[in-house]
Design a protein around this ligand. Structure first.
Ligand SMILES: Nc1ncnc2c1ncn2[C@@H]1O[C@H](COP(=O)(O)OP(=O)(O)OP(=O)(O)O)[C@@H](O)[C@H]1O
Length: 579
């Protein structure tokens, strides 16, 4: 069955036809496109007819100027966007937040780097709260919205702590055969690992602190050579790190600081055993003798409970509702059947290009579900004349890096990606995220759309929805409303029809909005975790969510991995396909 966009989709009798805001004729005349073939008269407002248009107008006012598009520094951050954000801190003896970097004793050189190299004028809310907690030596579980500066929030205290430690240690006089880092930062993907490494190097300039990186898919010898020169802070993906530890190239015996970025991903099904091995069964000092910090934008209750094994007397900090998206991202959801997605996408991209309403240098990131569909969509886009490239877990690392580079520098301003690019990547000019295929859980959606609207800038996120995506109808609708955006009425109808089914998971109140130790009774700071009713019997982390995310598939030996391990004389054994 086929129908044109804007007509009532099948099997939802009574649903008002939804017309996306950018296609509406009123208020913003130049947003209407004949290309997309919308029947404008079909649109009926549900509640407040102007609400969505107002958001769009706001977006247009906020949209990236060409100057902003080109800038690579962070002076343009819109801190006002974060000022009235709700903050929840639980735990005992919580250190006071700060308002400025100069209030924090990070040391002269690091402060200088923050100010002059990074051009950070003042700390973001997560930094204001997390840095004092970390500097006080406390363990921390921290959640804050995508693009709000979590990397610096864990890097600054670690660098500062390492600087104090290294000054009392002899400097590396010769090449070491075993590296003994003082700090370990773990991240789930190779690209994120490289990004954290680059950020950390920038922060460490002239501090004397040595940063190194190890990640899968890349030749192992250059990484080993760097380690031999000495390393204070090691940024790593778990697979390659485990391999290096088992081959006695790295020892964790001197670790004082452990940070897990995207911690919920690192501890979810399939990956938890590998993290547990690194943190609990190799030579890492135990909980209490190291400082542990976990960061993410999403933190399901069940994962919080698991993560608490790695922490001692920790502080839970959430800035913004955990798992929420920022108001800076204008979310649009359009009903498109699978068979019509490509046509819709083509028209959308043509339209975007013709109007230039996202800025001349805008980058567009398109998420699909599988590696195969990433390749296929990339090919199709290129055939249609769009400059596109693709990134996914079946590409060898060289191809992945090349694709990302050509996207970042604008040579191919369209990137088709699987979830391998959904978390953490900070690409300033991403103005539009398109969920060509919606993910099956709301957390992935939050991370994906979070590739735009970063560091106080605005962004646009469009999702193609059809009946197959009913599982996320309710959480997306809630997320949109929470971000003061109008979810279409038909989405709520899908949400209602689906909410009673057994595989529904993660309504907005369920997936870690607060410290799991708190329970529902507000008894914050309960250290004996007596209020476990908050997570007991929680079935919302059901097993259906992870199938299909091929880049995050549970451990398998990927082709690229065995290549890169050739130099070690064989496969790494148990090395996972997820970096
Ligand atoms: N205090 C600050 N002032 C200005 N810019 C900042 C500040 N802190 C961080 N940034 C910038 O904000 C951007 C987003 O930061 P970062 O990548 O750490 O976000 P994040 O919270 O880790 O996001 P995600 O959840 O997607 O991983 C980066 O470009 C970073 O340089």
């Amino acid at each position: 069955m086929s129908y044109s966009y804007g007509q009532k989709p099948p099997r939802q009798p009574g649903r008002p036809t939804y017309l996306p805001p950018y296609q509406r004729p009123t208020h913003i005349p130049d947003q209407t496109s004949s290309r997309i073939g919308v029947r404008q008269h079909n649109y009926h407002h549900r509640t407040n007819p102007n609400q969505y248009d107002t958001v769009l107008q706001n977006f247009n006012q906020m949209k990236l100027t060409e100057h902003e598009q080109q800038e690579t520094t962070n002076t343009g951050i819109n801190f006002d966007a974060y000022e009235d954000i709700p903050v929840e801190i639980t735990g005992s003896d919580v250190p006071k937040p700060v308002n400025t970097f100069s209030e924090i004793d990070l040391g002269h050189v690091l402060n200088d780097n923050i100010k002059n190299r990074c051009k950070y004028v003042k700390p973001t809310p997560i930094q204001r709260h997390a840095i004092p907690v970390a500097l006080a030596g406390r363990d921390l579980m921290a959640c804050a919205q995508t693009g709000s500066g979590k990397t610096a929030a864990f890097c600054f205290p670690i660098i500062s702590g390492v600087m104090k430690t290294t000054s009392s240690l002899p400097s590396y006089g010769r090449r070491e055969t075993v590296a003994f880092p003082l700090a370990l930062v773990l991240s789930p993907t190779r690209e994120l690992c490289c990004q954290i490494f680059e950020e950390a190097k920038k922060f460490c300039f002239q501090t004397g602190v040595k940063v190194a990186v190890v990640y899968g898919g890349a030749p192992v010898y250059p990484q080993l050579r760097n380690l031999e020169r000495g390393v204070d802070i090691l940024v790593a993906t778990p697979g390659r790190l485990t391999d290096m530890i088992e081959r006695s190239k790295v020892s964790l015996a001197k670790i004082k600081y452990l940070a897990l970025d995207e911690a919920d991903r690192m501890l979810d099904m399939g990956f938890e055993p590998q993290i547990r091995k690194i943190v609990e069964r190799l030579d890492m000092p135990p909980c209490g003798r190291r400082q542990t910090m976990l960061f993410s934008a999403t933190f399901p209750t069940e994962i919080q409970r698991m993560a608490s094994d790695f922490l001692k007397n920790y502080i839970f900090l959430s800035v913004g509702r955990v798992g929420s998206s920022t108001d800076l991202i204008l979310q649009k959801i359009v009903f498109v059947e699978d068979s019509e997605k490509r046509d819709y996408l083509r028209n959308l991209l043509h339209d975007q290009k013709a109007k230039g309403n996202l800025g001349k240098n805008a980058l567009t990131l398109i998420f699909v579900e599988t590696k195969r569909s990433a390749d296929s969509l990339e090919n199709w886009l290129c055939r249609m004349g769009f400059p596109a490239t693709a990134i996914h877990g079946d590409k060898v690392q060289f191809e992945r890096e090349r694709a990302l580079r050509s996207f970042k520098n604008g040579a191919t301003p369209i990137l088709v990606a699987t979830d391998v690019a959904s978390r953490g990547l900070d690409i300033p000019r991403v103005a539009h995220v398109i969920n060509f295929d919606l993910p099956r859980d709301i957390d992935s959606y939050v991370h994906r759309i979070g590739r735009t609207g970063r560091a106080g800038k605005s962004g646009l996120a469009t999702a193609f929805f059809n009946a197959k995506n009913s599982i996320v109808a309710k959480p997306i609708s809630e997320l949109m409303k929470e971000a003061h955006q109008d979810a279409p009425g038909w989405l709520d109808q899908y949400a209602e029809s689906h909410s009673s089914s057994s595989d529904y998971r993660r309504g907005s109140s369920k997936f870690g909005g607060r410290d799991f130790r708190s329970g529902n009774d507000g008894s914050y700071g309960n250290e004996d975790y007596g209020t476990t009713a908050a997570y007991g019997g929680n079935a919302d982390y059901g097993g259906t969510s992870y199938g299909g995310y091929d880049d995050y598939a549970p451990p398998i030996v990927a082709a690229g991995v065995s290549d890169s391990y050739g130099g070690f004389g064989g496969g790494g054994g148990g090395y996972s396909g997820w970096d």
